[in-house]
Every structure is written in structure tokens, then in C-alpha cells.
Ligand binder design. Structure first.
Ligand code: GLC
Length: 532
């Protein structure tokens, strides 16, 4: 297929959580050498772009999202030489690498913060957000931390509070200070010079806050039984400040100095606010602002159609959508939707208009792995017990084969494996033509060989109750995708003149079946039909 679209529009992103992908040095924790060893697998699967979660020096209060040195590799993950090897090996396979960049906060152990907290007149004091107590002697305002508790930490020695949107071990940088921007842009240049292909920007909607530090208003819909304490307030003043946009535009210009590089961003905002992060044609910002809408939307055809339409309608001219169904922070796709729906979930993600991101292990249908209470590691769970927010269950090691520790490591891994690993592993599913893994591979292959599925136009169509159906069209190629969300059979009867042949069923059969305007879909079945 000859395509004129950009690599980051047609490509498929695969998110690697390095601690749990592959252990190359036998210490029970995944590492860079392990990723390099498993590149053949990713190539075989049909992946184009790897997003690698943080591998930098860190005290690991938030498992690497608390960085204490931005331009080095944590010894747990290997060496800089191994990082260079990984880039070279990926590029030899025509795969791109996106690095996780955490611009909003550092670790409290970062030398910048150590200096900043050392005295009120330290030159780096203003690199972080320090404030005197509020009028009543308590914190400067009512802002809450994402991981529980208030967002201000008292510093006894210098008698001021510092702000942290996440853990107290993750103080927020002050991006209103030009030196911070310059230093962080240097970090980006460092990795770009090494040849990476772009960044995933962590927590980017937190980058600038209200300079007046006004109190956030209460959230009238807050339900403490279901929601974390953070949701008691609406993050009106603590996040999504308009001053983030010029910074992101400058960041975009910076990455473009290095050629065809991209910015992917983590943004937990509703579509109408998320789309601002694309910027404008004159001042572009992120290439791909990740939205979490498919995770938050009830898994029903009408609701999903409304979400997709809503995002498509709000996209600025020329902007390219991007979708995901799972990541290292959210419950596993197979647990949320149920194993029977994993195939149509894959079909949806890989045929919607936009760049998809797959989370490692979802291609095997791994479910949340129960982690015994005494082994819980995730600070989010520890600070909000009982709400099921824990992220350990979705960060468990990749099961590669039937050998000890599932071929992930030579020793006991840092988190337990999925209990069904002896059956649910890469090698076993590779041998089984009907497995979910083989289905993903087939789907990725199909996607690559049909421009309508990677860069076509997109149109929702009415096709029957319980079904989600849409057309993907590119020049003369028209593909109809129809997904049955129900455990009953459903009749697919799309409006309009639709004749064609089945190219793929989620059940693996029906290929080349003639479609003469209607077809019965089995429970949980998805079909891709080539029209015309
Ligand atoms: C993002 C990351 C998450 C991390 C948080 C704080 O949400 O995805 O894993 O804990 O930022 O850096």
C-alpha cells in the first residue's frame, strides 16, 4: 500500500510498561535489554510505534513517574548503551520509539528540588511552586492531590508549602519560570539527538495552573463510595489553564527542529476541552492528544456512537484522532468488557479513524490480576483503599511461554503473573490459529493492507439494534465494520445500497461470504465487509 499519510497517522502504537515486558538480566524486573530481545515479537505482530514508559533514574515512589535525573537510565532498566541499542534495533525494523516525558513534576530527590527546598533564596527556589500558608495558617488553597490528600506539603525548614498534583514525592515544576522551560527543553533535545521519534507527554493538562491559586469549586456529583477523594472538587483552577497552550506550541516547534517527530499527550479532559490541545493551524501543539473516551463511555453501541461522533465533530480542521482502550493506569480491557467482547473491542480500536494505542498484554486477553493485600505496591491504591483504583493488577509481567515464570524472568517477578499464564501466553496463542493474539495479528495485517482502514473517511451507519456499524472509505475502497455488543444474535441491515464480501469475522470464519444487504451476526461477533 502506498500511502501519503504521516507515519503517526497510519501506524499502530504499542505501549510498553518496561518493568513488566521482559526481564533481560534476571532480577525479576523488566528492562531495556528485555525489550530489545522481544522486538521480533512486536514486528511479527505488526506494530509500528513503541511508547516506552519511564526508564529514568527514580526513587520509584510512583514507579518511575517520579524522575530524579532526566537524561540518564535507571540501572534497574540497564545502561545508556542498551538504550542506544534498543533505538537502533527498533529503527532497523522500521519501528519508531516514543519516550515517556514527565514535564509536570520531578521526584523530590531531583537535584533541582533538593536545591529549591534548601532555602528561600536559592536560585532554584522558583523552579517549583512554593507558597506561604493561607490566611488561616493552613495550605494556600483547597487543591487536592490526584493520589489522595491535599496537594500542598509543608516544608518545616523553609516554612512554606510546595504544590504537588500527584504524590508529595512528586513536586510540580513551575513552568511560569522561563529557566524551567529552557532546562526541560534541553532534556527533550538530549533524547531527540539520540534519535527517538517523539514523546508521550505525561499529565500534560496539569502543566500550568491559575496564577492566583483560586480555590477549586466543589463537585456536586461527587460520590465518595465510588470516586477517589480528588473528585470531591472540580479541577477548574488547578489544571487545563490556557497558559499551557503557548508552551505546547513552543514544544511542537522544538520537536520539529529534529524533523518528523511527534508529541502524544496524556489528557484527561472531555472532548470539547481536549481538542484545544491540537492547537491551531497557525500554532499547532500536540499531534495526538490521547483521549480516554472509549474507556469512560458505557460499552453500548449508542453510547459509543455518540462518543465517536462527539469527538469527530469537535476535531479542528486537519486534526487526526487517536484512540485507546487500555493503559497502565486503567483496569484491563478484558475485565472491564468481559472476555467475550475482546475481539470486537480490538476491531473497534483498529478500524476507527485515528491512531490506535494497544496496551501490552491486551492482545492476549489478560484480565486484572488479583494482587494480595500485603503485596500492594501502587501508591494510588494505598492512599485510596477499597475503591479498586489499584494499578498493580494491570501492570503484571507479560507471559511469554510455558517455561518457569512464563519466560518473563529467571526469578520470581516483581508482581505476580496472570494465574492462567500456562495457557494464556504468547507462545501458546501463537500455536493456536483461533487465539486472540492471532486475531490481533490478522487484524493489524488487514489494517495495513487497506487504506480505507488506516486513513479513510469515517461514517457511522444505522444497521440494527445492539450493533455499532460504520463505513471506512478511501477513494474507491469501502469497508463496512459491524460489531455485535450483545450475547444474542443480531440482524445487520445497513441503510443504503450495501453489497459486498466479508473480509473478516471475529470468529475466524465467513471469509468471502457474499453480503447482499443483510447478514446475521452471532453473539459478540464483528464483521468487516468490503463493499462494491
Ligand atoms: C500519569 C501516568 C501515571 C502516573 C501519573 C503521575 O497519569 O500515566 O502512571 O502515576 O501520570 O506522573
Amino acid at each position: 500500500m502506498i500511502s501519503t499519510a504521516n507515519w503517526w497517522e497510519t501506524g499502530v502504537i504499542y505501549q510498553i510498561y518496561p518493568r513488566s515486558f521482559m526481564d533481560g538480566n534476571g532480577d525479576g524486573v523488566g528492562d531495556l535489554a528485555g525489550i530489545t530481545r522481544r522486538l521480533d515479537y512486536l514486528q511479527w505482530l505488526g506494530i509500528d510505534i513503541l511508547w516506552i514508559c519511564p526508564v529514568f533514574p527514580s526513587p520509584m515512589a510512583d514507579f518511575g513517574y517520579d524522575i530524579s535525573a532526566y537524561t540518564a537510565v535507571h540501572p534497574l532498566f540497564g545502561t545508556m548503551a542498551e538504550f542506544d541499542d534498543l533505538i537502533a534495533a527498533a529503527h532497523r525494523r522500521d519501528m519508531r520509539i516514543l519516550l515517556d516525558f514527565v514535564p509536570n513534576h520531578t521526584s523530590e530527590e531531583h537535584p533541582w528540588f533538593i536545591e529549591s527546598r534548601s532555602s528561600r533564596d536559592n536560585p532554584r527556589r522558583d523552579w517549583y511552586i512554593w507558597r506561604d500558608p493561607g490566611p488561616n495558617g493552613g495550605p494556600p488553597n483547597n487543591w487536592l492531590a490526584n493520589f489522595g490528600g491535599i496537594a500542598w506539603e509543608w516544608d518545616e525548614a523553609t516554612e512554606q508549602y510546595y504544590y504537588h498534583a500527584y504524590l508529595k514525592q512528586q513536586p510540580d515544576l513551575n513552568w511560569r519560570n522561563a529557566e524551567v522551560e529552557a532546562a526541560m527543553f534541553e532534556v527533550m533535545r538530549f533524547w531527540l539527538r539520540k534519535g527517538i521519534d517523539g514523546f508521550r507527554l505525561d499529565a500534560i493538562w496539569h502543566l500550568a495552573k491559575d496564577p492566583l491559586l483560586r480555590n477549586n469549586p466543589p463537585n456536586p456529583d461527587f460520590d465518595p463510595q465510588r470516586q477517589r477523594s480528588y473528585d470531591a472538587l472540580r479541577e477548574i483552577f488547578s489544571a487545563d489553564h490556557p497558559d499551557i497552550h503557548p508552551i505546547l506550541h513552543r514544544m511542537r516547534r522544538l520537536v520539529e527542529e529534529f524533523g518528523d517527530k511527534i508529541l502524544l499527550g496524556e489528557i484527561y479532559l472531555p472532548p470539547e476541552r481536549l481538542v484545544a490541545y491540537y492547537g491551531s493551524p497557525r500554532a499547532p501543539e500536540l499531534h495526538l492528544p490521547h483521549n480516554f473516551e472509549l474507556i469512560f463511555t458505557p460499552w453500548r453501541p449508542e453510547a459509543l456512537a455518540a462518543t465517536i461522533r462527539c469527538l469527530e465533530d469537535q476535531l479542528p480542521e486537519g486534526a487526526w484522532p487517536t484512540w485507546l482502550l487500555g493503559n497502565h493506569d486503567r483496569p484491563r480491557l478484558a475485565s472491564r468488557l468481559g472476555p467475550a467482547q475482546t475481539r470486537i473491542a480490538a476491531m473497534l480500536l483498529l478500524t476507527l479513524r485515528g491512531t490506535p494505542t494497544l496496551y501490552q498484554g491486551d492482545e492476549l486477553g489478560i484480565e486484572n490480576v488479583p494482587v494480595p493485600k500485603e503485596h500492594i505496591l501502587d501508591p494510588w491504591e494505598k492512599n485510596n483503599p477499597g475503591l479498586g483504583l489499584g494499578r498493580d493488577p494491570v501492570r503484571t509481567p507479560m507471559p511469554w511461554d510455558e517455561s518457569a515464570y512464563a519466560g518473563f524472568s529467571r526469578v520470581e517477578p516483581w508482581l505476580p503473573l496472570n494465574q492462567d499464564w500456562p495457557q494464556r501466553n504468547v507462545a501458546a496463542q501463537k500455536k493456536d490459529r483461533g487465539s486472540l493474539l492471532m486475531f490481533y495479528r490478522h487484524l493489524l495485517d488487514l489494517r495495513r493492507s487497506h487504506a480505507a482502514l488506516t486513513s479513510g473517511n469515517f461514517r457511522l451507519v444505522q444497521a440494527g439494534d445492539g450493533l455499532l456499524a460504520y463505513l471506512c472509505e478511501q477513494k474507491r475502497e469501502r469497508m463496512l465494520v459491524a460489531l455485535n455488543f450483545e450475547k444474542d444474535k443480531k440482524m445487520l441491515r445497513p441503510t443504503g445500497n450495501c453489497l459486498g464480501r466479508v473480509v473478516l469475522s471475529s470468529e475466524g470464519d465467513r471469509k468471502d461470504e457474499i453480503f447482499s444487504g443483510q447478514a446475521r451476526l452471532r453473539p459478540h461477533e464483528g464483521l468487516i465487509i468490503r463493499l462494491g
